[in-house]
Design a protein around this ligand. Structure first.
Ligand SMILES: NC(=O)c1ccc[n+]([C@@H]2O[C@H](COP(=O)([O-])OP(=O)(O)OC[C@H]3O[C@@H](n4cnc5c(N)ncnc54)[C@H](OP(=O)(O)O)[C@@H]3O)[C@@H](O)[C@H]2O)c1
Length: 300
C-alpha cells in the first residue's frame, strides 16, 4: 500500500462518492466525507468521519479544506435531480463554489473532479453533448442491457416515472428495430412515443446534469494555481457492479483520444479503483480523462 492518506470526499453518499469512500477505506486511507448531510459513520470498517457543509458556503468549505490537513480531495458533487429545470443552474453554482473554495483555501494537493460523459470529444473535435440529436440519438444507440440498468437504477432512486419512460422507450425502439408478427398493430403508439422521447431527450431541461458537468470542466481548464484532474466517466457508467480492478485510462486531447469512453462503460467500483490510483499517484495533473473497464459481467 502507498502511504496512508487523509482524503476529503465531497459528496460521499452519492452513487460515485460512496464507491470512492469504499475503495479508499479498503486501502487503509482515512476519509472525511463532506456534504450537506454526510453519513456520520460508514457501513464498512475504516477510519471515516463526516463534516456537514453546504457548498454554497464557500468560506465554510474553504476553511474545512485549509484546516483539514488533507493529502487529496475528490469531488463527487452532483446537483439534486428533484427539479430538472433547476439542475443546470444549481450544478454550475455548486461546481463554481467548490472551485472558489479550493482556490481560496490553503489546500494545494491533488484534486479529482468527477464530471460527465457529455464532455468527451469525438475524433471530429465535437463534444458528445454537442452532437446532433443529443441525447436521443445516443440513448437510441444504447444496448438493451443498459436501458434495463438505467430503468432499474431509476426505480432504486424512487423515480418511478422516469423508470417507466425508459422501459417504454426500450419497447418502442424494439417495435421499430426488431418487429415481430404483430408489431405493426402497435407501430403508431411506438412511433408516437419515440417522437415524444426525441422531444424530451433533446430538451435543455433533460440535459442539465450533462451540461453543468461540461461547464465544470471549462471552469478548471487553464487553471494552474493548483493541482486538478477532471474525470468524465464513460457514457455507460453502471453502479452496483463488480470490482475487477481492471480499467484503462484514456486522456482527452479534444481531438478524440478519449472517444472510446463514448461507446463504452465501466462499473462504478472499477472507476473508484482508477480514482484512488490517481489520488495515490497524481499522474494526470491538469488532464481531462476517462476510464473504461469490463461491464456486463452480471445482470448488466
Ligand atoms: N456516465 C456519466 O457520465 C455519469 C453517470 C453518473 C454520474 N456522473 C457524474 O458523477 C458525479 C457524481 O454524481 P452522482 O450520481 O454520484 O451524484 P449523487 O448520487 O446525486 O450524489 C451527489 C452528492 O452531492 C452532495 N451534494 C449535492 N448538493 C450539495 C450541496 N449543495 N452541498 C454539499 N453537498 C451537496 C450530496 O450529498 P448531500 O445530499 O448530503 O448534500 C451527494 O453526496 C456528477 O458529476 C455526475 O454528473 C456521470
Amino acid at each position: 500500500m502507498s502511504k496512508r492518506l487523509r482524503v476529503a470526499v465531497l459528496g460521499p453518499k452519492g452513487q460515485c462518492g460512496a464507491c470512492v469512500v469504499d475503495e479508499l477505506l479498503s486501502r487503509g486511507h482515512s476519509v472525511v466525507g463532506i456534504s450537506r448531510s454526510p453519513p456520520k459513520t460508514w457501513q464498512k470498517p475504516g477510519d471515516y468521519g463526516g463534516i456537514p457543509c453546504n457548498f454554497s458556503d464557500i468560506k465554510g468549505l474553504s476553511k474545512i479544506l485549509s484546516d483539514g490537513n488533507f493529502d487529496a480531495v475528490v469531488s463527487a458533487f452532483a446537483p439534486p435531480l428533484t427539479d430538472l429545470k433547476a439542475v443546470y443552474e444549481v450544478g454550475v453554482e455548486g461546481h463554481g463554489n467548490i472551485k472558489m473554495a479550493i482556490l481560496r483555501s490553503d489546500y494545494r494537493g491533488p484534486l479529482v473532479i468527477i464530471g460527465g460523459a457529455g464532455s468527451l470529444y469525438y475524433k471530429n473535435g465535437i463534444q458528445l453533448c454537442d452532437d446532433e440529436s443529443f441525447a436521443f440519438k445516443h440513448w437510441y444507440a444504447w444496448p438493451d442491457v443498459h436501458l434495463d440498468y438505467m430503468s432499474t437504477r431509476m426505480y432504486d432512486h424512487g423515480q418511478r416515472g422516469f423508470a417507466t419512460f425508459i422501459r417504454t422507450f426500450k419497447w418502442a425502439r424494439g417495435n421499430r428495430e426488431n418487429p415481430g408478427w404483430f408489431s405493426w398493430l402497435f407501430r403508431p403508439f411506438a412511433s408516437l412515443f419515440l417522437q415524444f422521447s426525441r422531444k424530451t431527450l433533446t430538451d435543455s431541461s433533460a440535459l442539465g446534469l450533462i451540461l453543468c458537468s461540461r461547464a465544470a470542466l471549462t471552469m478548471w481548464e487553464g487553471v494552474r494555481e493548483t493541482s486538478w484532474s477532471f474525470l468524465s466517466p464513460p457514457w455507460q457508467l453502471r453502479d452496483k457492479g463488480i470490482r475487477t480492478g481492471k480499467y484503462e485510462v484514456h486522456v482527452d486531447d479534444t481531438m478524440g483520444s478519449a472517444e472510446y469512453g463514448i461507446d463504452n462503460g465501466i462499473y462504478n467500483e472499477d472507476m473508484a479503483v482508477a480514482i484512488v490510483d490517481e489520488v495515490e499517484n497524481n499522474k494526470l495533473n491538469h488532464k481531462h480523462w476517462t476510464c473504461t473497464g469490463p461491464i456486463g459481467l452480471k445482470e448488466w
